[in-house]
Design a protein around this ligand. Sequence first.
Ligand code: SF4
Length: 342
Amino acid sequence: MALLDVRDLKTYFKTDDGIVKAVDGVTFSIEKGRTLGIVGESGSGKSVTCLTIMGLNAKRNTITTGEALFKEQDLLGMGMRRLRQIRGNDIAMIFQDPMTSLNPVHKIGNQLTEAVLLHQDVTKKQARARALELLKAVGIPRAERRVDDYPHQFSGGMRQRVMIAMALINDPDLLIADEPTTALDVTTQAQILNLMNKLQEEFGSAIIIITHDLGVVAETADDVLVMYAAEVVEQGPVNQIFSRPHMPYTWGLLGSLPRLDAETERLVQITGQPPSLLRPPSGCRFHPRCPYVMDVCKQTDPPLKPVTGDIDHYAACHLDEETKDREATKLLAGMVAEARTG
Ligand code: SF4
């Protein structure tokens, strides 16, 4: 059974200029112990999807519909008190900037201890022991001493580790990580992703990792959800998305992965800008930027359809199967050749 089952989720924001459809009919599920990567450019709706699930978008100007069943209870219809109990206990979040979760004026040991005391019936001494245990688990050197340091006394990578400790301290069933490594250098990024993989094996949580970078998805995820302009355009197991990507936007994301030998050189760039969600393009929302656009694309939004021959792999695109397979093969062959000759 799915740990989290999101069905036809819509998040619309009322603005003076009209309705912004930030999430427009997103459906996915995640099971315990699995990692789902939600990938897309800025403004694709990936972060808003998760904030809505967590009840962090529940403002007066927001219209939310659909379902987000966590252990069969709908998070969307839940009262704030119950949601607060679930947040930080059953579901935890890691943000790009650790300072959104860490209080700069309190020692990290005290913050971790407080987080335990808030959700668990333990003594202060036991809570502090748990704090120390987690700091060691996330690889903070000399944790016994550093537990009494303030957040600003840690480097960016170490702060991110502390935030992971904070997120895992109550042994959550689901961890949502929003661009957890974007602000970090490449080496630290790799260390943090390895750490998350290792901790997942140890703690068995499900993880949703939100990122603009398919490289991060390749390192961490079992399944992928590709979002474009508030909609899901492709989803499936990571090996199928990487071996048989089935629509041009995913091709663009794959083609823009950094080459193995040069961080800055890219094979293919997606040209143009993501559309306004106030007035998204008609038909396929990717059509103004798509090199394969046809007349039908401008009029009809392609539905997510199963990819023939694959299991649990869906894509939304009007191109015929033969063209999709041919172009995907060409792209992947080009990436391999680039990697070899680069
Ligand atoms: Fe491109 Fe048309 Fe496919 Fe959209 S439906 S991705 S515009 S080919």
